[in-house]
Design a protein around this ligand. Structure first.
Ligand code: KG4
Ligand code: ZN
Length: 333
């Protein structure tokens, strides 16, 4: 079964065709990231306009790369949320138009669940129950996973998302946007123990996260160093910030794996592109005698292959959307 997926929840415009939930025939992504850089964050209006301008070309290229015509597609899948409402609307409008004109079923997909599914696409076999960790610019969620189409939210951030903390700390240190990749690079040149930032673990029996404290700690530390007329040791700040954030992520993920008797751990979202984080998760999983899975290269950040892939499992369970499908900008499940 060939599913055409559309992703427009934030600044990436992506169209992909995936066969049977696993075989990626094409995955074309355009981004408006460069237009947002000078504002240190994604500007919704710019992202929406860019989607409108480019989406038909991205669709054309995805079909061409897969060597298919629209009539060869069996199901149309689209990100229904969470995301920027105007941006979601562009993808949903295209998906509805295709579904209606081709008379093919429409499947609305949760973007965060799809991030998690992207790592299932790289697993040789799936075992359940498992634990899922999604760490992106908008979400930091822990799931108990019973099947690709059955993900139960067991923990989430009470304030900033993990990627958001990376972006805000990069802004404090005047490193540019997005913060994740640059902080990862500078952290590799620094020594974490030279500075000590606080870790927040909330209640022991909770799988929730909190990253606003560490961000504020970096802000105050940087301000104090500057006020003393000294130079901020940027590499060491990045190293300690990253170390603290990963310790918080891993402590809760480890507890979830033990409590839920996880057989595997699936990870997704933009922050999972971080190699130091992947190494730490691998090590943790090894100690727990379970396997850890990450998205294939290029599939950590937003893409439509994960949408088309997950839609296959939803469709098989009979989860189909109506043409009245609306954006769900703030779903939290
Ligand atoms: O999943 P994503 O592409 O978009 C959302 O759905 O949010 O994630 C983007 C986030 C940004 O906050 C970015 O700073 C972070 O992922 N990120 C990273 C890395 N690459 C991207 N964070 C840490 N290390 C990285 N290498
Ligand atoms: Zn995302």
């Amino acid at each position: 079964m060939k599913i055409l997926g559309i992703e427009t929840s934030c600044d990436e415009t992506s169209v992909s065709i995936v066969e049977d939930g696993i075989n990626v025939l094409s995955n074309i992504t355009a981004t408006s990231l460069d237009f947002h850089k000078k504002y240190n964050g994604v500007i919704p209006e710019i992202a929406c306009r860019h989607h409108i301008e480019i989406i038909n070309y991205v669709l054309r290229d995805a079909l061409k790369k897969a060597g298919l015509l629209v009539k060869d597609i069996d199901v149309i899948a689209v990100t229904k949320g969470p995301g920027l409402v105007g941006a979601l609307l562009v993808g949903i409008s295209l998906a509805k138009a295709l579904s209606f004109s081709l008379n093919k079923p429409l499947v609305g997909v949760n973007h965060v669940h799809a991030h998690l599914y992207s790592s299932m696409m790289s697993a040789e076999n799936l075992e359940f129950p498992s634990v899922g960790l999604v760490v992106s610019g908008g979400h930091t969620n822990l799931y108990c996973v019973d099947s690709p189409s059955d993900m139960r939210l067991i923990g989430y951030t009470r304030d900033d998302a993990c990627g958001e903390a990376f972006d805000k700390v990069a802004k404090i240190l005047e490193l540019g946007f997005p913060g994740g990749p640059i902080i990862e690079e500078l952290a590799s040149k620094g020594v974490p123990e030279k500075i000590k930032f606080p870790r927040s673990f909330l209640e022991k029996n909770s799988f929730d996260f909190s990253f606003s404290g560490i961000k504020t700690a970096v802000l105050y530390y940087t301000r104090d160093v500057k006020n003393n007329g000294e130079q901020v040791p940027v590499n060491d700040v990045c190293a300690e910030f990253q170390e603290a954030v990963f310790e918080m992520l891993l402590t809760k993920t480890r507890s979830a794996c033990i409590e839920k008797k996880a057989k595997q751990i699936f990870c997704g979202g933009g922050v999972i592109a971080n190699k130091a984080l992947r190494r730490k998760i691998d090590l943790m999983a090894e100690k727990l005698l379970i396997k850890s899975y990450f998205p294939c290269p290029g599939m950590s950040t937003d893409n439509a292959a994960m949408i088309a892939g997950l839609a296959f499992h939803l469709y098989k369970r009979g989860i189909i959307s109506r043409l009245s499908l609306s954006p769900e900008p703030r779903v939290l499940i």
